[in-house]
Design a protein around this ligand. Structure first.
Ligand code: ZN
Length: 65
C-alpha cells in the first residue's frame, strides 16, 4: 500500500512550511502570493514595452486636386 507523500517546501515570503498539495503552493496563502506578485510589479522586473512598429501607408502621389 503506497501512500502519496506530500512534498514540503517553505513559503518564499514568510518561510511557513507549505505542502505541494496546497492550492497556493509554493506560497502558504493567497496573501503571500500577492506579496510576491507585488515584488514583480514594483520594478524588480521591468517588462519592456513592445516596440510599436506602425507602418503608415506611404502614398507616392501627393498630388491632390
Ligand atoms: Zn507565506
Amino acid at each position: 500500500m503506497v501512500r502519496k507523500r506530500a512534498l514540503k517546501l517553505r513559503c518564499p515570503i514568510c518561510k511557513t512550511t507549505v505542502k505541494n498539495t496546497d492550492a497556493e503552493f509554493p506560497f502558504c496563502s493567497d496573501r503571500c502570493r500577492t506579496i510576491d506578485l507585488g515584488k514583480w510589479a514594483s520594478g524588480a522586473y521591468v517588462i519592456a514595452s513592445p516596440v510599436s512598429d506602425t507602418i503608415d501607408g506611404v502614398s507616392d502621389n501627393s498630388d491632390e486636386d
